[in-house]
Design a protein around this ligand. Sequence first.
Ligand SMILES: Nc1ncnc2c1ncn2[C@@H]1O[C@H](COP(=O)(O)OP(=O)(O)OP(=O)(O)O)[C@@H](O)[C@H]1O
Ligand SMILES: [Mg+2]
Length: 285
Amino acid sequence: MAKVISLINLKGGVGKTTLTVALAEFMAAVYGLKVLVIDIDPQTNSTVALIDEHEWKRRNVRGQTLLSVFKDSVNKYPVFSADEAIIKDVSNVGGGIKGLDLLPSSIDLIEFQDEVLYKGKGVTQDSVMQLRNAIADRINEYDMVMIDCPPDLGLFTQNGLLISDYYLIPVVPDILSTYGIPQIVQRINRFKKNTASKISPLGLVVSKYRAQASVHKGQLHRLKSSAVKLGYQRVFSTIIPENNQSAAAMDYSASYQNLQEKYSYNRPYQEYRQLTEEVLKYVKR
Ligand SMILES: Nc1ncnc2c1ncn2[C@@H]1O[C@H](COP(=O)(O)OP(=O)(O)OP(=O)(O)O)[C@@H](O)[C@H]1O
Ligand SMILES: [Mg+2]
């Protein structure tokens, strides 16, 4: 049975995409797992971190992206084909990592959301089940499915949450970035109550950590002591430091022979490897 993890935070720029991509790559390349990344963010950041931008454009023109999953709800004839949309063996490591697949997103989802959804019926029970209906028969081909969410709890995120076993909250430990965490937990609890989702919290991952910053130190301490009370389960003991390599690694046009080369031989390679191990330890498989 595949285990599905959504990476979510209502705050933008906290490292959701970077962590989704790195965890998926380490799970596939180091642990030999079969992994599917679903990019449900119209910003398409994890898509263009894992495939060539021209390739994405070609697929977008042909309707081989997540957009077709949602367009099918308003089209007379469904066009989405998981076989055609899911791209096999993606990443700029080793010419593609075996067993790491991608369901790409589309920038056109933004327009779709504005035009169809908000002029129509809003987020309905049916519209939250579109992703599940579209890929239900494919998901168990995978050991792990990693969903890169946009920084909101809109239609696309809810589609991701519905098929998720867990959610992981990447967070930068500063005042503004940690402010909304109780709201995320409460709103996902409410979502779980109102839908058939089995989602539960996996924990909080601290990213872009600056050991010299007293604010970061103080917030990290607070986040650890609030884990049970606020209901996000735990703060992972592996902390991802702020580093240039993590940002550079998202540039698909650079190619690497292996993960050590992509993520530097020491930092942040070691952290991503340890974090992957920790995540897999807590996921019940
Ligand atoms: N550990 C890190 N150290 C330094 N920079 C980082 C690190 N992780 C991510 N970044 C950079 O921070 C920015 C935001 O990261 P990322 O895109 O992963 O966040 P996000 O939460 O997915 O953002 P959004 O909400 O827009 O989807 C990017 O420029 C990325 O390259
Ligand atoms: Mg992102």
